[in-house]
Design a protein around this ligand. Structure first.
Ligand SMILES: [Zn+2]
Ligand SMILES: [Zn+2]
Length: 687
């Protein structure tokens, strides 16, 4: 008789001991079927031994019903990674396993794998490219480090257009030729078609693409291909972190600053940080690539944990665009004067400054493309009654409803958080006035204005409303590349990774929305956003131009972006973070409590805070941890739930994780019914 420690999908932290016969041939990493609380469940074996766990009478230990794997589903390194993630993120081990395996592998009686249709409709796109001096130096340094068996972490800081992709592919080629494998994590597959196409062109059938857009069957099939060694290069989003590659040589996290590497619901982990840990456990090299690295990564360079490699010139000798900041307060003054003089000049009553208007006109006349970034989708952020000031809010969320849908269709008011939608009213429900006006600019409104001003221009819009289907997105991106679109208007989506060689003008309708978000990272995010979107301009031989409209023209984020000065921005922002005691100088955990009943949420949060205060007192503040709150979340009501939160600020990750580990069960057992509770370690979203 032998014993196995099994992780089971349930909200518990510990492993459960089961017994098995020698003949069952179970080793760590294999899936097994067991009986758990009267039900058949699939679990993952983490360890086996000849002796039962001390303290449990052997007669009470149940037998493993059956073994589901002939070879382990998890390697030793992956088991260690799962244990680290469970401990670091204070999440049940079964939850980590559930995220790591295709859902089919964890369901009893799941259908046997049949051949799924090919998941990637990706056209190989190639051409041999030779590396320039900077690219060659960066890849040589990383390859040398890898052959020396070091598992170092590199921050590849290359300006937009510096050709980081070529460096990745060069290193992957080297790894594959040595019989090792490579993993590339990207923020979103649909937004990086060029990168994926080029990898497919270079490595052909050796590539597997793994992301959330796959069906369960496709996911399972790709997973098996990877585990069986048929795919040597894996490209994927967040969940590809768990790809069962063996002999892993390198993990690349491209656009490492992108918040989408953080899983924001359920098991909240950051795939970038976990990738660094996986590389360490696998003896692989980790590369974090970005034109706008996160302050966390820059700080890790300063602290000597990461090595920085820089690429400061564009791969095709094009120059960084010239950036102009336009002060919209001046425009407002002119408009007010014009209004009072009864001089309604149409051009001045829109979202475009004369500077941006002229630049678009000039680009159109010379047959060049323009991209316009707008912070919000929809027509307007909200509608307001001019009579009484009433703003219509979502009944489920503490958020005003956005106006959507012009061009003949019935206008709608939509909630961007919960999907609530109603027809836009013609009169105010409070005072009956019919003077209801849209406030703020969304992508639809900019599209309408551009079409109005430049009727012969071919205009397209890229936001989550227009790209519900991935085929639409592909078509828009292809049309943009082939020059069938003159002006592309979009949200965040247009800022990421695209290489449209004929875009010479980029306009930012307003930088203010991003700056106004009440989050300690809003300056950093704004700098990253502006630098990334500006980087879309002038990527070939024609010089690019960028126009940023704002009411805060002297804000450091804007001035640094204008001067392409990442170093000064980082230095000033780091000083600011030290002073205010925020990451990367402290570690944060956000404890969130919610309920459909307002009072219950508050009371549960207060009880949880008492539990933590008591624990901090008992430790006589040795841990140095501070508790902020509890307080209602900035968005107090979301999807019908009232939300409270409290923030823990700790000097180190280990102090934080040991406190959370002890606090979690106490808080959980204090919760009344109808209350949800979650711990978010290293939170990126504090709203
Ligand atoms: Zn009214
Ligand atoms: Zn809502």
């Amino acid at each position: 008789m032998k014993y196995a420690d099994i992780a089971i999908q349930s909200p518990v932290f510990k492993l459960f001991t089961y017994s098995f016969d020698d003949a069952q041939n179970i080793s760590p990493g294999m899936r097994v079927e067991v009986e758990f609380r009267g039900k058949k469940r699939i679990g993952l074996c983490f360890a086996t031994s000849d002796d039962p766990t001390p303290g449990i009478p052997p007669a009470k230990i149940k037998k493993i019903s059956s073994v589901l794997d002939q070879k382990p589903s998890f390697s030793t390194a992956m088991l260690k990674l799962a244990e680290w993630m469970s401990s670091y993120y204070c999440a049940p081990i079964g939850e980590v396993v559930r995220c790591a395996l295709p859902s089919r592998m964890l369901k009893s009686n799941s259908p046997k794998t049949t051949r799924a249709s090919s998941p990637h409709e990706i056209r190989p796109e190639g051409g041999i490219s030779t590396l320039n001096r900077e690219q060659a130096a960066a890849s040589a340094e990383i390859i040398r480090s890898s052959s020396d068996g070091e598992s170092r972490v590199f921050l590849l800081h290359g300006i937009t257009g510096s050709g980081k992709t070529e460096v990745y592919l060069e290193i992957f080629g080297e790894m594959v030729s040595k019989g090792r494998t490579a993993l590339l994590l990207v923020p979103e597959i649909g937004l990086t078609p060029q990168l994926t196409s080029r990898a497919v062109a270079k490595f052909k059938d050796d590539v597997a693409v793994y992301h959330s857009g796959l069906t369960d069957a496709q996911r399972h099939e790709q997973w098996l291909r990877i585990r069986d060694g048929k795919a040597k290069v894996v490209i994927g989003t967040r969940s590809a972190l768990f790809a069962p590659l063996e002999r892993l040589g390198v993990i690349v996290v491209d656009e490492e600053h992108d918040p989408s590497f953080k899983q924001d619901d359920g098991f909240q982990y950051n795939a970038r940080d976990a990738a660094v840990m996986r590389a360490k456990l696998e003896g692989a090299v980790a590369i974090l690539g970005s034109a706008t690295p996160s302050l966390e990564s820059l700080y890790n360079v300063k602290a000597g944990k990461y090595s920085k490699l820089e690429m400061n010139s564009r791969a095709n000798f094009s120059r960084l665009p010239e950036i102009t900041i336009v002060d919209m307060r001046a425009k407002q003054k002119r408009e007010d004067r014009n209004k009072s003089e009864g001089n309604r000049k149409k051009r001045e009553l829109c979202a475009l400054s004369p500077e941006l208007y002229d630049a678009i006109e000039k680009a159109l006349n010379s047959g060049e493309q323009t991209m316009l970034f707008v912070g919000r989708r929809g027509f307007a952020s909200l509608i307001q009654c001019a009579g009484c000031g009433e703003v219509i809010k979502c009944p489920n969320c503490d958020i005003s409803l956005a106006l959507h849908g012009n061009s003949g269709k019935k206008e709608k008011l939509n909630c961007h958080y919960c999907g609530y939608s109603i027809d836009a009213p013609n009169t105010c429900s409070v005072c009956g006035s019919d003077q209801i006006s849209p406030i703020g600019f969304g992508t639809e409104r900019i599209e309408a204005e551009i079409t109005d001003f430049f009727p012969s221009a071919k205009v397209a819009r890229l936001d989550s409303d227009t790209v519900m289907r991935s085929s639409t997105r592909r078509k828009i991106l292809n049309d943009m590349r082939s020059g069938k679109i003159d002006v592309l208007i979009g949200t965040q989506m247009i800022t990421k990774g695209h290489d449209f060689p004929d875009v010479t003008l980029v306009g930012v309708i307003s930088a203010d929305l991003s700056l106004s978000i009440p989050d300690f990272r809003s300056a950093e995010r704004t700098f990253q956003l502006l630098t990334q979107v500006a980087g879309r301009a002038g990527r070939r031989n024609r010089p690019g131009r960028v126009i940023i409209q704002t009411r805060q023209p002297s804000h450091l984020s804007l001035v640094s972006a204008k001067n392409h000065d990442c170093a000064s921005f980082a230095e000033a922002e780091i000083a600011q973070r030290i002073e205010s005691g925020y990451p990367p100088f402290t570690r944060l955990a956000n404890i969130r409590i919610s309920s459909t009943e307002k009072k219950k949420a508050r009371m549960a949060a207060e009880t949880a805070a008492e539990i933590i205060k008591k624990m901090l007192l008992e430790s006589r503040s040795e841990s140095g941890i501070k508790l902020l709150g509890p307080a209602p979340a900035i968005i107090e009501k979301l999807r019908g739930r009232y939300r409270w939160q409290m923030l823990l600020k700790a000097p180190s990750a280990s102090a934080l994780s040991s406190l959370l580990k002890n606090a979690r069960p106490k808080i959980e057992s204090s919760l009344p019914g109808n209350v949800r509770f979650g711990i978010d370690v290293d939170p990126l979203n504090l709203l």
